[in-house]
Design a protein around this ligand. Structure first.
Ligand SMILES: Cc1cc2nc3c(=O)[nH]c(=O)nc-3n(C[C@H](O)[C@H](O)[C@H](O)COP(=O)(O)OP(=O)(O)OC[C@H]3O[C@@H](n4cnc5c(N)ncnc54)[C@H](O)[C@@H]3O)c2cc1C
Length: 394
């Protein structure tokens, strides 16, 4: 089959890798003119780690990643209020690492070994599903036919808009925005410790990276329109956080010159069906759990692997699409529900929630308590189907 995959983030290259293995002809189209580098750090673990193992990419991920030793909450004076080791949540330190989202994407893309056509700086303008093929018009002006189109173009998916309907039908805004940026030579380091400061309505996180870089991450409760341009986004952060404690004002001073500035709404995508005709969605485009889940990339890989495996197993896209949804919908729904509950940890709504967050974090430092408090929401209740075509990497 000829398959067009839209988006070369995490889900796109993963589904390309597995479809390639099954002998399909794959084209990836990515609207960014280059494959992205830098950007925010993600925790990588759970069933997505199993997919990475099947792809044989764990050694490369380890080389680029970090193993954090502590998550530490501080108060406005910078004094520790709670701390715990990440592995109390992630179950095992051997099967968990943190790395730049762009590094995960790059490693997956490298694993493809150039076996897919890559079109950069373009996207789909229009899709016409003609029952036995999808006619795709690219923004660049060309028109091509594919047997299947897979939308892996993230939270604001264009494929979803074209094939399923407008964002308003599927996007659930969680009342928060998230911002991340990097700076060089920030004086405070605390190597391999995630430093966190929360007060009512927000949380600021500082993480030290290699080469003397530092990543800052802010989560902020916000009820109005989510600003679309960078100046307005920076103004929102300054207005709401400029007078807060800890190192927040010093961090915000580094925002304007920062090279990798990320800002977005914290939203989920909830859809009754991830497929229609010959179009399927994977990753955030289909079922974004929001960054609060701490697992969107890993889940995107699980979805990509499962979709490709079902296509390779059944040989018929209709039953493969149905089985893909059937297998994963319960997992994704439970992750989304759990993520909504975690919102209070990332940006407590009031003093009571702040107190609850700090108390829970303190308890997580106690032996076995984290498993009891968080265990179910951090367990991936899914069995990955075996890929039907075996070779040394799978
Ligand atoms: C601040 C933050 C922290 C996070 N922390 C974690 C974490 O700790 N652990 C974790 O697992 N996940 C985390 N996530 C979530 C994770 O980043 C996403 O769930 C994951 O990237 C989803 O992968 P994806 O491939 O579906 O989408 P994306 O990674 O968003 O990739 C989509 C790709 O499609 C491209 N694209 C977009 N529109 C088009 C278009 N019209 N045409 C062509 N290409 C297009 C984009 O440029 C991009 O390359 C975090 C997210 C954020 C924002």
């Amino acid at each position: 089959m000829k398959v067009l995959i839209v988006g070369a983030g995490i889900a796109g290259p993963t589904v390309a890798f597995w479809l390639n293995k099954a002998g399909h002809e794959v084209t990836l189209v990515e609207h960014s003119p280059v494959l992205r580098s830098g950007g925010y750090l993600i925790d990588f673990w759970g069933a997505g780690f199993d997919v990475a193992e099947k792809m044989g990419i764990v050694p490369q991920l380890r080389r680029r990643g970090y193993v954090m030793t502590e998550a530490r909450a501080v108060n406005r004076e910078g004094r520790r209020v709670a701390s715990f080791k990440p592995e109390v949540i992630m179950e095992s330190v051997e099967r968990y690492l943190s790395l730049a989202r762009s590094d995960l994407s790059a490693v997956i893309y490298e694993a493809l070994g150039g076996d897919a056509e890559l079109i950069l700086g373009d996207t789909v303008q229009d899709l016409t599903d003609d029952v036995d093929r999808v006619r795709v018009t690219f923004q660049g002006g060309s028109t091509r036919d594919f047997d299947l189109v897979i939308g892996a173009d993230g939270l604001h998916s264009r494929v979803r808009k074209l094939a399923f309907g407008p964002d308003e039908c599927f996007e659930r805004y969680l009342g928060m925005v998230v911002a991340a940026f990097e700076a060089d030579q920030y004086p405070e380091r605390d190597e391999l410790v995630a430093m966190m400061y929360a007060d009512v309505g927000f949380q600021a996180i500082r993480l030290s990276l290699r080469e003397n870089a530092t990543l800052f991450l802010f989560t902020l409760r916000h009820d109005g329109d989510v600003p679309a341009d960078r100046t307005a986004q920076e103004n929102l952060l300054r207005t709401k956080l400029g007078d807060k404690g800890w190192e927040v004002p010093a961090m915000l001073d580094l925002m304007t010159p920062a090279k990798n500035f990320y800002f977005d709404a914290v939203s989920q995508i909830r859809m009754p069906s991830w497929t229609r005709g010959q179009v399927a969605l994977v990753g955030d485009a289909a079922a974004c759990p929001s960054f609060l889940a701490g697992q969107g990339s890993a889940l995107a890989m699980v979805e990509a692997y499962t979709l490709a495996t079902e296509l390779a197993t059944t040989g018929d896209h209709r039953s493969a699409f149905a089985r893909y949804q059937e297998r994963l919908a319960p997992l994704l729904h439970s992750k989304q529900d759990a993520a909504v509950g975690l919102g209070l940890a990332f940006a407590p709504k009031n003093r009571f929630q702040l107190l609850a967050r700090n108390t829970v974090m303190r308890m997580m430092g106690l032996p076995k308590v984290a498993g009891i408090v968080m265990g179910r929401s951090f367990h991936d209740a899914v069995e990955l189907p075996p890929f039907p075509i075996t070779d040394s990497a799978s």
